[in-house]
Design a protein around this ligand. Structure first.
Ligand SMILES: NC(=O)c1ccc[n+]([C@@H]2O[C@H](COP(=O)([O-])OP(=O)(O)OC[C@H]3O[C@@H](n4cnc5c(N)ncnc54)[C@H](O)[C@@H]3O)[C@@H](O)[C@H]2O)c1
Length: 387
């Protein structure tokens, strides 16, 4: 009988130690989960950590971001997640990439849905940022019929959802609705100069009718709408095969390849940094003003000066070469942002130089990871690379 007791004593201590370890491990696991639900996790694409606030139920919104795996959408997701909201990203990954949002995949406030906005979807949400649509000309011209469907059927579907669940909806419209403008700079009251049958029409006219639908739903059904007319935006997470001047000039400069300008280079553009844009989108969504608002940086550059600036900043040996002008390429573009200043108390804060420094660093990483990136030309092309 004595052996029973000693056996019990002998076995009690290792089992106890085992229990201790298990308890300790569980506590550590819970602490780790708590930590993970208060921040993003570092990934190769987004190595810095973003903290998330804890919001009380009364202040926490359920927010849908269509196109949230894209360039602008993913930065907007970072802002909304950091504020402590629940965010649902809906994306078909045509030009968007999972890598743009994978630092949130573990977070309890975040959901990622692979879905095409041309199909209806039922969700319970409070706000919709409707960004789904390819933005770069080679990509939106690759399948113009699909681009039209995305802007028309996609926007109708999101408006139907907004109407059903009484959510406010913000449309990411574009300066392209001004076409090749005859008024400079462009105020929101300018009606535009668009070629309805040109190669850019699938995008420009798609966005114009999307704006029309927004006000039809507002006037007929009382849907709460917001419209941002976004001017050229740049920053980290731009698609490397985007084919527009910022990404192409940086990628060409970093690889010491010829910098290609289509046309004389005298055409002008204004460039805003993505952090400024997402703050503007947020201010517009949460303010009272419900007419279209230009969001852009009025700092205007000729394309030739812009190419030279990027070549200097990257200390590149690239030559600048001139190729034939692209059809319907607007000759000048500069936002009048007096409405945004007055109604949203918003104006861009990040200088083009500062934004370029961060964007050059991002593309340096992309070029290093890929070995070589061949920039996309102005012709229609399918986005390359994995989602
Ligand atoms: N970046 C700019 O300079 C700029 C300028 C003016 C307007 N905008 C507008 O802002 C929005 C975002 O632009 P971006 O630069 O982030 O472009 P982007 O191509 O990086 O992002 C668009 C996102 O929408 C997704 N998408 C496209 N079609 C879809 C569909 N049918 N269903 C679901 N998802 C779909 C893409 O996969 C991508 O993730 C677009 O609506 C664009 O028109 C952008």
């Amino acid at each position: 009988m004595s052996t029973d007791n000693s056996d019990r004593k002998r076995s009690a201590s290792p089992r106890g130690a085992d229990n201790e370890t298990k308890k300790g491990r569980l506590e550590r696991f819970v602490a780790e989960q708590q930590l993970l639900s208060s921040q993003s996790i570092p990934t190769p694409h987004t190595p810095h950590v973003i903290q998330t606030q804890r919001l009380p139920d009364s202040l926490r919104k359920k927010i849908l971001v269509t196109g949230g795996a894209g360039f602008v959408g993913s930065h907007l997701v970072d802002l909304l997640m950091s504020q402590g909201h629940e965010v649902v990203v809906l994306d078909n990954f045509f030009t968007g990439r999972k890598a743009n949002v994978e630092h949130w995949l573990h977070h309890p406030n975040f959901s990622l849905v692979r879905h095409d906005v041309t199909q209806p979807i039922l969700l319970e949400i409070d706000q919709i940022y409707h960004l789904a649509c390819p933005a770069s000309p080679p990509h939106y011209q690759y399948n113009p019929v699909k681009t039209i469907k995305t802007s028309t059927m996609g926007t109708i579907n999101m408006l139907g959802l907004a109407k059903r669940v009484k959510a406010r909806i913000l449309l990411a419209s574009t300066s392209e609705i001004y076409g090749d403008p005859t008024v400079h700079p462009q105020p929101e009251s300018y009606w535009g100069n668009v070629n309805t049958i040109g190669p850019r029409a699938c995008y420009d006219e798609g966005k114009r009718v999307a704006e029309t639908m927004m006000y039809a739903y507002k006037n007929q059904n009382g849907v709460s709408v917001r419209i941002a007319r976004i001017f050229n935006t740049f920053g980290p997470r731009m698609h490397p095969n985007d084919g527009r001047v910022v990404s192409n000039f940086i990628i060409q400069s970093l690889q010491n390849k010829d910098i290609t300008i289509y046309g004389s280079g005298a055409q002008t553009r204004s460039f805003q940094y993505v952090d400024d844009l997402v703050k503007g989108l947020h201010a517009l969504m949460n303010g009272d003003y419900d007419l279209p608002v230009n969001l852009g940086n009025p700092d205007e550059y000729s394309i030739k000066d812009f190419a030279t600036k990027i070549r200097d900043m990257t200390q590149s040996k690239s030559e600048i070469i001139f190729l034939p002008k692209v059809a319907d390429d607007p000759s000048q573009r500069e936002p009048d942002i007096s409405t945004a200043r007055r109604e949203l108390n918003w104006e861009p804060r990040v200088s083009v130089e500062e934004g370029l420094r961060k964007t050059i660093e991002y593309f340096r990483g992309e070029v290093d990871a890929a070995g070589e990136i061949v920039p996309t030309g102005p012709d229609a092309s399918k986005p390359k690379g994995a989602a």
